[in-house]
Structure formats: C-alpha cells, structure tokens
Design a protein around this ligand. Sequence first.
Ligand SMILES: [Zn+2]
Length: 325
Amino acid sequence: MGFTDSSLEPACLPQSDPANVAPPRRVLTFASEVEYLARCMLDCPDRETGGDCFGFWTHTGCPAIQYVIGPGPEARGTATFFTQDRGFLKACGDLLIHEYGLQHIGEWHSHHRLGLARPSGHDSDTVRRAMIGYGLGRFFLIIGTLGDAAPQLNGFLYERGPRPRPDEVEWMLLPGLSPYRERIGGRLDGWNYSPATPPGSVPANRLRLLRSVVAAKPEFKRHHWLNAEVGQQELRFYYDWIRDRCPGAEIRLGRDETVRILFELEDQPAALVYPPDYPAAGFFFVSQDQVVGPPLDFPAFVPPAGAASPLAQAPPLPPQAGPAD
Ligand SMILES: [Zn+2]
C-alpha cells in the first residue's frame, strides 16, 4: 500500500525501538516561504518583527507551512518584543481559510541580532495561553535570528499535554515556490507586508535552518522529471486541479522518488502516481490498491509556450472508473 511510503513523514524514519524512540518532529515548507520570512527579518536588523504561518498538519502532527505572512500595518516591534496586528491577522486568516483552506498553524518572530535562538519564557507562555484560549491541540513557533552571516530560523512545536518544553523540529524544505504563494499571487498586495529586502537576497540554501535535514530534503537524481521547471509546473497544475475538488489533497515524495498526489475519491484514499522514471513510464491513478482510470474530466497539462523540456506528456490511462458525478 503506497500511502504510507513517504520520506516526508517522520513516522517512516528508522526507529530502533519504537517504544522508546520518539520520531523526530519536522516542519515541511517551501523555499519561497522561508525566503520571504528571511527578507522580512533583514528589513528589521535592530528590532523584532514577525508574522504568521498558514497550512495544515500532516498525519503525524507535523506542520506543513504553505504560506507565510509578515507584520500587519498595526504590528508593533521593539528590540525585545513583537506584537502582531490582530485585525490584519484575522483578515488574512479569514481569506486563507475560506478561499484556500489554509489554517493558521503557527507564528514567527525575530529575536534581534543579539537575541536568543529559542523562545523566551514569555514566548512560550503566550503560545500556551493562545492554545488554551483557542482550543488548539498544537501550534508552531519560528524564532529567527540575524547573525553576522545568514539569517537563522529555528522551529518549535508546542503540543497540549504535560510536556513543559516545545519540541525543536527538523526542517524539510521543498524547492521553489509554494503553490499557494503562486496562486494567491497579488491578492494580498498592498495588504500583506512587502519586504524592502529584494527577492533573491537570501536564497534558501544560504539560510541557516537549525536542525536542518538538508541531506534528506528532496534531491532528485540528475534526470528526475521534477528537476525540470516544466515538471514542477505540471505537478502544480495537477495538484491544483485535484485540490480544487479534494481540499485535503497533498503531495508526497517516496524514498524511491515516486511522487504521489494523495486525495480522496468517493471517501476512499486515492492517488495520482508519478513513477520515478516518468515520463518514460506514464503516471497513473490508484484507488483501494487498484490501478484505475483518471477522472472523466481529467485535463491534459499543456506546457507553457516555449518551455524547453525533456519531458514528453505521458498519456493517462483511458477512462475506466472515474468518480461518479
Ligand atoms: Zn521572542
């Protein structure tokens, strides 16, 4: 069964004794989101700044950040604290949950140049009070610091229960642009914070991500189809299409470099599967462990004009068992 075969899920990591060894906690996000956050931080080297993280939780309770916002117009930051603009956060949150299905799963703030790389006692008290107040089972906090070199980001996962300290998480960065940043596009322009630090100033590979699992981030074989921009465009195209119909859809990368878009088809788990040697081998759909045909209205991806690509469009299987209308 393919649905648990994913290197993104900490539960799949080696566990010498599952009874005693808790799997590491991870945050999954896109390079575009940490770059945005780092640019916000670089705008404010001498005072704290911050914002919020939107996305969802994985099966094992790890945050998957899809979209990051910065400080609102009424946010306040000094050398020792940051307070978000609550009205701005609520307005962003309403739009992101109701139109994109993204939950408010965490927040971030910088500790200025000399600050701690961990949450202060006040930070943890604030998060725990908010979790109780809003009835949240877990919440994610990013603390950013600016060293002499590159910005550093540290992630902490708070969970309800007796544990006094948050878990420090490992980072797993997916390359490129979050599909939501692309999709939301200019809708928050003039509203969400636009960093003065220009794009490209802090490429994700220069950020210091505490406990980064760089070695485990998706690094495809040289000829893997997702190395090509048009391959990423195709994946985004189908992910968006599926997610429009199944809001809980998610992308998984298997250890063998199989890429799956997981979703539900008639209340059963289903997946669009890209084998590692795509497009030499075509993609296909599975549902209830059976290969099935694509949905009847499944669109063909058309590469952008002029896209130089080694990829040929792999024909989907002929329709057999599309979802009932
Ligand atoms: Zn703090």
